[in-house]
Design a protein around this ligand. Structure first.
Ligand SMILES: NC(=O)c1ccc[n+]([C@@H]2O[C@H](COP(=O)([O-])OP(=O)(O)OC[C@H]3O[C@@H](n4cnc5c(N)ncnc54)[C@H](OP(=O)(O)O)[C@@H]3O)[C@@H](O)[C@H]2O)c1
Length: 335
């Protein structure tokens, strides 16, 4: 067993330069854990929020952060029966529960770990675990979206949105999504029936027109701000709103009462079950990750800057991180 590895360590809270590539020890493997050779990880807005210090009380420094792993099991604990050395797996490490995925190796509780879809490479699989698990939990477990219903998915060109559109479509729902005009071709190719340019069009008016005044059955809020307050305005009676974004200020939900609306707040949990469900969709060709950029582990700071200023680089979907050097050609540095 190798007991040292390269890892990107968050040395202090701050800008992208707070992420440092260092040599780091590999944690020991407990009886119900596995040690994984990380082939790929990905970057999420949560990573940038942690780096900036938004969750300083939950993340003691120095810390290895990161919330997506795709890799191969190199060691299994004494009480692990589900997996063997050599199995390809993907998962989200426990959020705020120990070292994350910005490293060459990761040790995880076996209950979090799912078998990697056979038709995805590691970069694609790593691009799916957090956003796919969140979209699944939001639409299936919480909103209980069903065939024939209509859903408004905000942020359709983003990490969560690109997967949510595909899951909603696979369920048999009609999908309206908000995205910039330049991303409409992408969101339609993923299965959106209608796309609203959030930079120029009032979504409440557009939804009313598209649904002939009935409204949508479900809203997925990936944006925050006043989206919670505005959601009842696009909602059919007894509709559901699922928000995955922190509420930063008080919201007036008076319109929700009039619609008999139900609100769900999702802070995604980590478990194998929803990964297995996602794998079934992926292996049937119903869900495919969208990767907008790929960078090596050593350029993690650049990946964070790209996610935070993505629009200027026309970023869509996920930023994947090639940890094991599987990618032959990597893009030039973004200045
Ligand atoms: N609660 C949870 O468990 C959980 C899990 C995962 C994510 N999240 C949160 O969910 C949010 C989205 O995550 P993500 O990974 O999808 O982020 P992302 O990849 O950065 O995508 C966000 C998308 O929203 C678009 N957008 C920005 N402003 C918009 C607006 N006013 N209307 C419609 N779309 C807009 C962006 O478009 P442009 O690039 O064109 O601006 C981008 O395509 C983040 O805040 C994240 O922290 C929460």
């Amino acid at each position: 067993m190798t007991d040292s590895m390269k890892a990107v360590v968050l040395a202090r809270f701050g800008g992208a330069d707070a992420l440092e590539l260092r040599d780091h020890s590999v944690p020991p493997v407990e009886p119900r854990q596995v040690r994984v050779r990380v082939h790929a990880t990905a970057v999420n807005p949560l990573d940038c929020q942690i780096r900036r210090g938004d969750y300083a009380d939950d993340v003691p420094l120095p810390a290895i952060i990161g919330h997506d792993v795709s890799g191969v099991i190199e060691e299994v604990g004494s009480h692990v029966t589900e997996f063997r050395v050599g199995d390809a797996v993907y998962y989200t490490p426990r959020i705020f529960g120990g070292p994350g995925s910005y490293a060459e190796q990761h040790v995880a509780d076996v209950d979090l770990v799912g078998r990697k879809p056979e038709n995805l490479g590691h970069l694609e699989a790593a691009s799916l675990t957090l956003v796919g698990g969140t979209a699944w939990e939001a639409l299936v477990t919480r909103a209980r979206l069903t065939v024939g219903e209509t859903i408004l998915i905000h942020g359709g060109a983003g990490g969560v949105g690109t997967v949510a559109i595909q899951i909603a479509r696979a369920i048999g729902a009609r999908v309206i999504t908000t995205a910039r005009a330049g991303d409409h071709e992408l969101v339609r190719s993923l299965g959106a029936d209608a796309a609203i340019d959030f930079t120029s069009t009032n979504d409440v008016d557009a939804v009313a027109e598209w649904t002939r005044g009935k409204g949508v059955d479900v809203v997925l809020d990936t944006i925050g701000g006043d989206t919670l307050t505005r959601s009842p305005l696009v909602l059919a009676d007894f509709g559901r709103v699922v928000s995955i974004v922190d509420i930063t200020r008080p919201q007036n939900l008076i319109e929700a009462w009039g619609r008999n609306a139900a609100y769900h707040f999702v802070f995604t949990r980590q478990n194998r079950g929803k990964l297995d469900a996602l794998t079934a969709l992926v292996e049937r060709g119903l869900v495919k990750p969208v990767i907008g950029a790929t960078l090596p582990l050593a350029r993690m700071g650049e990946a964070h800057e790209l996610l935070e200023n993505g629009r200027s680089h026309e970023l869509r979907g996920k930023i994947a991180i090639d940890v094991a050097g599987d990618t032959v050609a990597l893009p030039p540095r973004v200045s």
